[in-house]
Design a protein around this ligand. Structure first.
Ligand SMILES: Cc1cc2nc3c(=O)[nH]c(=O)nc-3n(C[C@H](O)[C@H](O)[C@H](O)COP(=O)(O)OP(=O)(O)OC[C@H]3O[C@@H](n4cnc5c(N)ncnc54)[C@H](O)[C@@H]3O)c2cc1C
Ligand code: FES
Length: 285
């Protein structure tokens, strides 16, 4: 079901530096039977811009009739979005793309989200927990001031990789270090990239019983973490953030090279066949 209409904004607040949480009221579509799941995305149409801005679906609540999006302000479109207040409407197309296959993950998957790749992990985590799984979560951020969304996960199974050092240089950092360190104790790794943290977790036996993986974030992070987990025999899916044109399969502008089952090569559109792909299906160039 693909629909484009204006939806009311129930919340649009800054939850970390330049990072906003937008809650949309889509109750009328849930009542018509709309399905939308983790890994799928919506196209937002900020006024005065030409192309849509694709944003992943975070949390989905049929009970409240809402979907939650989390976006980083990086350019003109997201800046316009960040200025919208509760009660305004935003033209939105949904449900777009192919999301995560929940069946593939097993009962102890690892979910890895980096930066703006974190939001889909919130929805995926909640759906997997509903199915009885106990996911392990690894989230990567550049700096302590970029951290958001960690209260959505069980702190006993949550690990953070912070690219920068653990040196409180401002009140904000001191605050982060006190609050988050108290919560996560030894589960925060400073000056370490997510694939380096994976290695440490493997060495300490934390990921020995992992049954599958899901990764969303910058391409370099996806490649490094996916390759590491594949090498130790774990299979999984990844969500790509290609530059999109139309965002719904009409312009052929988002094709990436993939392997066919017989070892050949084919092109697949990120906006329709993806953004979620099996890691081993993608030809990384
Ligand atoms: C499937 C998918 C899901 C995404 N989910 C999220 C999310 O949950 N949270 C989040 O913060 N960001 C997400 N992004 C990235 C987000 O779409 C861009 O950051 C946003 O479109 C930038 O728009 P802008 O006008 O502010 O920036 P500008 O750089 O000014 O954008 C100019 C143009 O480039 C396109 N564009 C720019 N960056 C990207 C990008 N990384 N991917 C695709 N198109 C881009 C825009 O649509 C626009 O047409 C996602 C991207 C994709 C493809
Ligand atoms: S963005 Fe137009 S076909 Fe994918």
């Amino acid at each position: 079901m693909k629909v484009k209409e204006a939806f009311k904004i129930k919340e649009n607040t800054e939850i970390a530096k330049n990072t906003f949480k937008m809650v949309l009221d889509v109750d009328n579509l849930f009542k018509k039977g709309m399905k939308i799941g983790p890994g799928q995305f919506v196209n937002l149409y900020p006024k005065g811009t030409y192309l849509p801005r694709p944003i992943s679906v975070g949390e989905v609540s049929k009970e409240k009739g809402t979907i939650t999006l989390i976006y980083k302000v990086v350019g003109e479109g997201t800046r316009i979005l960040s200025r919208l207040s509760k009660g305004h409407s935003i033209d939105t197309m949904l449900s777009l793309g192919t999301g995560y296959d929940l069946e593939l993950k097993g009962n102890r998957p690892i979910l890895i989200g980096g930066g703006s790749g974190l939001p889909p992990m919130i929805g995926l985590y909640k759906e997997l927990v509903k199915l009885g799984a106990k996911p392990l979560v690894l989230l990567g951020f550049k700096h302590t001031t970029d951290v958001f969304g960690i209260d959505n996960f069980d702190k006993n199974d949550l690990y953070l990789s912070i690219e920068g050092p653990n040196e409180p240089k401002s009140d904000e950092n001191t605050d982060f270090t006190c609050k988050t360190k108290a919560m996560l104790k030894e589960n925060i790794f400073f000056e370490a990239l997510p694939h380096e943290v994976l290695k440490k977790l493997e060495e300490s036996g934390v990921i020995k019983d992992i049954t599958g993986f899901a990764i969303c974030g910058p391409e370099a992070m996806i490649k490094a973490c996916g390759a590491y987990l594949s090498e130790i025999g774990i299979k999984g899916e990844v969500s790509l953030e290609a530059r999109l044109g139309c965002g719904f399969g009409a312009c052929a502008g988002c094709a990436i090279p993939c392997k066919t089952e017989d070892g050949g090569r084919t092109m697949k559109g990120v906006c329709k066949a993806g953004p979620v792909f099996k890691f081993h299906e993608i030809i990384w160039e």
